[in-house]
Design a protein around this ligand. Structure first.
Ligand code: ATP
Ligand code: MG
Length: 358
């Protein structure tokens, strides 16, 4: 069976790391006999916006719906297009209209990378953050009363639905059940947010009934952030609402060193719509055009995409390849953020060769 992948490189370093992500995918596809049809598009970029006055063509939904997955680079060119236009006109539309209700971010310390946390080694940090991506605190329910007066009142409601919460909890429990430690941590704040969060806790407990093998614990978000830093080894799968997940999914990867290696997935688990795989980093205008961006975030996102499509062995081979290249520590190959002097292409090529060699 052949899989169709839409390639959207976007802006800035997205255009530089995407070819390396594609190169790694092609190497893995060749080695494992996977048929991939990779089709590049120029939309969802600021160049496209400057030419067409919109980020996406009118028929984007029909066009992208035909694909099995979207491989995405980075969006944004703030000097020319304000971020709220580029982001809301592309990525956030995909998330919403393709119902990508799981945001998944691995947080894993890789060999050869120094964690900002003292004395941490690979193996100490290896967990996933599962963020609810469609509802919760990021709602538009609310408003302002007595605006501009000294009686001004501002309200923004949190909206949680049983459907919305249960489906992301199920995803997180399913993931925890596949992991050796089978541990799930729920981010809560039921001591302060007295309506939605106790209800969230109840939904976690109810879902847990179906997973007797999974160990469940919970932390209030304040102490949870502290424990990410103090005891990252405690965590395996961490599930959180939209706002808490947003915070944790930046903090987690930050504990593992350079932003250049962190991957992410926006998943529609049922496969009704394509899921989207992108590095955590943005378009990084400060280093764009210099060919020094680290391509590992893009390459690892590609591995997550292969795993999502059912090719776990190929995904593991990609991860093993960049881990091996990192562990070797050849500074001619590593990019400057890894304290090397190599280029994006040099690092991408070394990883692709390693994938091919097996
Ligand atoms: P955005 O607003 O799209 O998130 P940004 O420039 O604000 O873009 P990032 O792109 O995430 O934020 O980058 C923050 C900084 O981290 C950049 O200025 C860049 O120096 C560095 N950086 C980001 N990605 C990489 C990478 N792949 N390799 C090396 N350094 C990177
Ligand atoms: Mg930014």
């Amino acid at each position: 069976m052949s899989h169709r992948i839409a390639i959207l490189a976007g802006d800035g370093i997205g255009k530089e790391v995407m070819p390396e992500g594609v190169r790694a995918l092609e190497a893995a596809a060749k080695r494992f006999g996977i048929e991939l049809e990779l089709e590049p598009f120029d939309f969802a970029s600021c160049d496209y916006y400057l030419e067409h006055g919109q980020m996406l063509p009118d028929d984007w939904h029909a066009t992208l719906s035909q694909f099995d997955a979207i491989f995405y680079g980075a969006i944004g060119w703030p000097d020319k297009v304000p971020d709220h236009i580029s982001l809301w006109g592309s990525l956030l539309k995909f998330r919403r209209e393709f119902d990508q209700y799981v945001n998944l971010r691995p947080c894993r310390l890789l060999p050869g990378i120094k964690s900002p946390l003292a004395d941490r080694e690979p193996g100490d940090i290896d967990f996933y953050v599962v963020r609810e991506n469609t509802e919760g605190e990021y709602s538009s329910v609310g408003g302002t009363m007595f605006e501009g007066t000294d009686r001004e009142v501002v309200i923004q409601e949190t909206v949680m639905t049983r459907h919305g919460v249960d489906r992301v909890l199920k995803y997180a429990f399913d993931l925890a059940a596949t992991r050796p430690r089978k541990k799930l941590t729920s981010a809560t704040k039921s001591n302060g947010i007295a309506i939605t969060m106790p209800w969230w806790d109840k939904r976690v407990a109810a879902m847990g009934q179906h997973y007797p093998d999974v160990n469940v614990d919970q932390f209030h978000i304040d102490i949870l952030t502290a424990n990410f830093v103090l005891h990252p080894d405690w965590f395996d799968v961490v599930v959180a609402s939209n706002l808490f997940g947003d915070i944790l999914s930046d903090l987690g990867p930050a504990c593992t060193g350079t932003i250049g290696v962190a991957p992410s997935a926006n998943i529609n688990p049922e496969g009704t719509f394509p899921s989207l795989f992108e590095p955590v980093h943005g378009s990084a205008p400060d280093i764009a055009g210099k060919h020094i961006a680290n391509p590992i975030g893009q390459i690892w996102s590609g591995a997550m995409m292969l795993e999502h499509l059912g090719y776990k062995e190929a995904a593991d081979a990609i991860v093993a390849a960049f881990e091996a290249v990192l562990a070797e520590g050849d500074t001619r190959v590593l990019t400057p953020d890894l304290r090397g002097s190599g280029s994006t292409q040099a690092l991408g090529q070394a990883i692709a060769e390693r994938i091919a060699a097996g």
